[in-house]
Structures are given as structure tokens and as C-alpha cells.
Design a protein around this ligand. Structure first.
Ligand SMILES: C[S@@+](CC[C@H](N)C(=O)[O-])C[C@H]1O[C@@H](n2cnc3c(N)ncnc32)[C@H](O)[C@@H]1O
Ligand code: SF4
Length: 382
């Protein structure tokens, strides 16, 4: 049976952080008019539409992302996962991840997550600098994070990932060192570290445009990245993807599906899918999403057959994000090409510029290549 991964988008947060442009809404107004329940009914309806198509697939990973899935009643998450198990072929050892925010967990929610079979939790720390947490609009302090982390461990979650951000306004290398020290104490299995992206339409973007917010220089931002990399390595938490680190064997299976350019189904507002040689995406408007589902109409706003050339390019640039790199024989087989002949000039120039290395059947980014990854990716556009 073929394997598929399912992403479920839960677009509610306690409140929006100043830098974030993910499709998510402040939960309160939706709570007040039963909008959250209605949204969960809509996702279930959408899933039912895929029941027949997915009958030939086994579901190997499920990811509840957002938004903040922990901002909603745990019963809704539990019922949703029960419904998925009853309708689709979820494997016994499926990796089931939920994204949570510190300060939103209760015993009731943790009990529901456990009973629902959730076995991996990703929680946003971002920084251990409380003043900075406030500046960027986070709802929690470092202590709230620590309390939530222990609550997860006490509830029996043994696969925890935390999110860090670097390149934040006013952030320093000592901030990074303090975050790493906390990681050393808490010993999570996995860390994601994201460089701040100033996204148009966010309050942080506006403040940056007005000049009221100063960002670290590009050199300092790179220094933070290298500091995270080397300090985590000292703790045995190895980089396996441009923004991701794990203890050996605890890499995210779900996200690896994306980087290996394998099939996935995204359900919910604004989600994207790659299934049966078609790429498609849902509307980003939650009201339109719920109304269309209720009327039995499609929520897909964009759909195109996957073009082999484009897919090959995607497989190269996504695969190079992984430290293990890309395997020439696998690409040759998947796309019926002679990879080396086709990219001969690109490969030799990238090797000469010390951006990639070749080890037998494998091509990987070098340390310099990881710093200049976007430039490397562009060179593969023939
Ligand atoms: C959907 S959020 C994670 C779940 C949860 N809502 C939270 O914030 O903790 C995914 C992660 O993306 C990162 N992120 C969001 N916006 C970002 C931005 N503009 N630049 C860099 N990282 C960002 C944050 O680290 C965040 O934890
Ligand atoms: S970073 Fe997380 S909590 Fe903050 S607005 Fe985005 S999704 Fe919500």
C-alpha cells in the first residue's frame, strides 16, 4: 500500500504574534459564535470527501498545525483523530504531531491528546528573553514554557520538539546561549530554529518599514545560526535539515515527507496538497472555507497537474535542504533521467565554488552551501 501524510490546519490562536503571517485568527470571536465547532465539522466533512481516494493509502503521519491547535478544546482534537482512524488506514505506529503554545495546556487537553494517540508535540519557545517574547507578541514567558514542558513530560510525551527563532529585533548571541542552556536542561528530542522572516502585512513589517524596529545585521544573524548549530551539536542534537535538529532517530517523519517530495494531503483552510500527480490548495478565507463545505462545494482554489520538470526541480531543492542530501540513483529512477549528464555544468560549478560536495551517489550542501542555499537552488533552474 502507498503511504500518505495528512496535515490538518487549525487556524486559531489566543492572539496573533507580531511577526506571523500564517493563516490564523484570534480564537475568541469564533468561540463566541460556535465558529470553532463549525470549523471542526467542516474539516471532518472535507476529510470524508477524500475517503475513497485514500482507501488505497496507508496514513503514516498526521500533523495538526496552525495556528495553535492547543488553543481549542481537547475534545475537538480527540474526536477529529478518532474520526480519521475510523475512516482511513492509519498505521499503528503512525507519527501524530500536535503544535502547542506554552500557557495553553491543561490536564484535560493533555489527557485528550494522549487518548487520541498523539505521540509527538511541537511547542514554540522562540527565545528565552522574556522582554523580547513580549515585544514580538507572544502570550507566554520562559517560565510558562518550562511549566508546559514539564506538564507534557509528566503526561508521558517522550517526543517533544521546540521552536526557536533567531535574528529577532534586539536579539544577541547571549540570548541564543541562554536558550541553548535551557535546551540542555530540558533535553527535548528535536529543535526547529527559524531565522525571522519579515512578512508583509504583519505589524512587525509595518514597524520595520517605519524604522521603529532594528534587526540584527546579516553577519550577526549568520553568527546566531552557526552558534545554534554548533552548540546543539555539542548536546548531541544534530542538524538534519536547514532549520531542523534532532537527537539521532528522532527526526520529524512528517516533515521529512515534504523534504523528500512525497505525497501529502492538507485539510482545512489554506492547506496544500500533493496527491496522485496533482498539486492543489484550499481557500485561505475561513468563512469561505466553512460556507463552501456546508454547501457541498469545492474549497480548492488552485489545482494543477504536477509537471515532471517542476517536480524534479522540487525534489532537488527540497532534498538538498536535508543534510543527507540527494541520491543520484533515486532521482534517475524516479524521473527516468541521467541526472549527472543533465546537470553536469551546474554540478561542476557548484563543486568548484565549494557550495556542494559529491560523495559517491550522494550530493550534499557544504557548510557554505547551507549559508547560501537559495543561491544554490537557483543554479538548478535550467
Ligand atoms: C505555526 S507556528 C507554531 C505553533 C505555535 N502557534 C507557536 O507559535 O508556538 C510555527 C513556527 O513558525 C515560526 N514562525 C512563524 N512566523 C515566522 C516568521 N515570520 N519568521 C520565522 N519563523 C516564523 C515560529 O517559530 C513558530 O513556532
Ligand atoms: S506564531 Fe504561532 S501563536 Fe503566534 S500567531 Fe503564529 S501561529 Fe499563532
Amino acid at each position: 500500500m502507498k503511504s500518505i501524510s495528512i496535515y490538518l490546519h487549525i487556524p486559531f490562536c489566543v492572539r496573533k504574534c507580531s511577526y506571523c503571517d500564517f493563516v490564523s485568527y484570534s480564537a475568541k470571536p469564533f468561540e463566541e459564535n460556535h465558529g470553532i465547532n463549525r470549523y471542526f465539522e467542516a474539516i471532518k466533512q472535507e476529510l470524508i470527501r477524500y475517503k475513497e481516494k485514500l482507501s488505497t493509502y496507508k496514513v503514516a503521519t498526521i500533523y495538526l498545525g496552525g495556528g495553535t491547535p492547543s488553543a481549542v478544546d481537547g475534545r475537538l482534537i480527540h474526536d477529529l483523530l478518532n474520526m480519521i482512524r475510523a475512516s482511513l488506514n492509519v498505521t499503528n505506529d503512525a507519527e501524530i504531531t500536535i503544535e502547542v503554545n506554552p500557557g495553553t495546556l491543561t490536564n484535560d487537553k493533555l489527557n485528550h491528546y494522549k487518548a487520541a494517540g498523539i505521540n509527538r508535540v511541537s511547542m514554540g519557545l522562540q527565545t528565552t528573553n522574556d522582554q523580547l517574547l513580549e515585544t514580538i507578541g507572544r502570550i507566554h514567558s520562559t517560565n510558562d514554557f518550562i511549566t508546559s514542558y514539564h506538564a507534557l513530560r509528566d503526561a508521558g510525551f517522550n517526543n517533544i520538539s521546540l521552536d526557536l527563532m533567531f535574528g529577532l529585533p534586539g536579539q544577541t548571541l547571549s540570548d541564543i546561549d541562554r536558550a541553548i542552556k535551557l535546551i540542555d536542561q530540558l533535553k527535548p528530542q528535536h529543535v526547529s530554529a527559524y531565522s525571522l522572516k519579515i512578512e508583509e502585512g504583519t505589524p512587525l513589517f509595518d514597524a520595520y518599514e517605519k524604522g521603529s524596529v532594528q534587526l540584527p545585521s546579516e553577519e550577526l544573524e549568520r553568527e546566531m545560526y552557526h552558534r545554534i548549530n554548533s552548540k546543539l551539536r555539542e548536546l548531541g542534537i544534530y542538524q538534519y535539515e536547514l532549520s531542523n535538529y534532532a537527537l539521532p532517530g528522532w527526526e520529524s517523519k512528517h516533515n521529512t515527507v515534504y523534504w523528500e517530495n512525497k505525497p501529502y494531503l492538507g485539510v482545512g483552510v489554506s492547506s496544500h496538497s500533493k496527491l496522485d500527480d496533482v498539486r492543489f490548495s484550499n481557500t485561505s478565507n475561513i468563512h469561505e472555507y466553512m460556507d463552501s463545505i456546508q454547501k457541498g462545494e469545492s474549497v480548492i482554489i488552485d489545482s494543477e497537474p504536477i509537471d515532471a520538470e517542476e517536480d524534479l526541480f522540487e525534489s532537488i531543492i527540497l532534498g538538498l535542504r536535508l543534510n543527507k542530501g540527494i541520491q543520484i540513483d533515486l532521482l534517475n529512477e524516479r524521473y527516468a533521467i541521467d541526472f549527472e549528464a543533465r546537470y553536469e555544468k551546474v554540478l561542476s560549478s557548484l563543486i568548484q565554488d565549494h557550495l556542494i560536495i559529491r560523495e559517491g551517489n550522494t550530493i550534499k550542501l557544504t557548510e557554505l552551501g547551507r549559508d547560501l542555499a537559495n543561491q544554490v537552488f537557483l543554479r538548478f533552474m535550467l
